[in-house]
Design a protein around this ligand. Structure first.
Ligand SMILES: NC(=O)c1ccc[n+]([C@@H]2O[C@H](COP(=O)([O-])OP(=O)(O)OC[C@H]3O[C@@H](n4cnc5c(N)ncnc54)[C@H](OP(=O)(O)O)[C@@H]3O)[C@@H](O)[C@H]2O)c1
Length: 247
């Protein structure tokens, strides 16, 4: 039987690339995001002229009340669920109004509250069925509080800790809980950023995420080169870190 995955944030970037990769690996996929036309385009390309393998659901993750109905409907269309991947995220450009609580709230609503809502739905189901894979896409940015994007970094740190707690809670229930920490990646989110050290493309990112899922990993830096780099960066004392030219 085909495996089944829901990808939240599937309309562009890493989520789109992962949807295509999972479909190539023999999954049926449920695609969630706000832009129905983009979801239809991707599902159409995956499905081609064969039997439908990709299903779509337009949904705004800030509508936490609507999440359960959306989740249940997709699980029904997929005829079950083996993996739930939360890759939806927002990162507004650094601007003059960096100290802007409305902007910070909008980041937390998508990157943290939306993630918790969807990952809770997956956790609840996978705990009962005693199997499943939960994936949360964080960021290397969540490993340290740099000067730029404080709310974005904090949102990813919150997601990392939430994933760790879910992992500890579900460790004995047969559920894989995987935290992905991507480095800079060429996607629509980063289209306006000029300096992107060691950047990879979305397909390479999807490959790293898929491989981490397949090997049953807990946490994966994508690409792996960020593992030793972040180990060094995390070990730098705060008093030194704040003097370093890292935005
Ligand atoms: N690109 C990087 O360098 C990088 C590095 C580290 C981590 N990340 C993380 O990787 C993940 C994927 O990002 P990406 O680079 O692939 O960016 P992207 O191309 O902008 O994709 C973001 C996805 O999130 C969805 N989304 C945003 N707000 C939403 C909302 N309110 N409701 C439902 N879906 C929403 C978007 O769909 P709609 O707009 O159609 O709703 C889109 O599918 C994000 O969590 C990001 O923080 C990215």
């Amino acid at each position: 039987m085909l495996k089944r995955a829901i990808i939240v944030g599937a309309s562009s970037g890493m989520g789109e690339a992962l949807a295509r990769r999972l479909a190539r690996e023999g999954y049926k996929v449920g695609l969630v995001a706000r832009r129905q036309e983009e979801l239809d385009r991707i599902a159409g390309e995956i499905n081609g002229s064969g039997a439908p393998r990709a299903f779509t659901a337009a949904h705004d993750v800030t509508d936490t009340q609507g999440a359960r109905d959306c989740f249940d409907a997709l699980v029904q269309r997929l005829d079950g669920l083996d993996a739930l991947i939360y890759t939806a995220g927002v990162m507004p450009p650094v601007g003059a109004e960096e100290f802007d609580p409305a902007k910070d709230r909008s980041i937390v609503e998508v990157n943290v509250i939306g993630a918790m809502t969807w990952l809770d739905l997956g956790a609840e189901r996978f705990q009962i069925q005693g199997a499943g894979t939960l994936v949360g896409v964080g960021s290397v940015a969540g490993d340290r509080g740099r000067r730029g994007q404080p709310a974005y970094a904090a949102s990813k740190a919150a997601l990392h800790t939430f994933m760790e707690a879910l992992r500890n809670r579900l460790a004995t229930k047969g559920v894989q809980v995987l935290t992905i920490k991507p480095g800079p990646t060429h996607t629509p989110m980063t289209a306006d950023i000029e300096k992107m050290p060691m950047a990879i493309d979305a397909d390479q990112s999807a490959d790293g995420i898929f491989r981490a899922m397949a090997r049953g990993a807990d946490t994966a830096y994508v690409p792996i080169q960020w593992l030793p780099i972040m180990a060094v960066i995390k070990s730098i004392p705060s008093v030194v870190f704040r003097r370093m030219p890292l935005d």
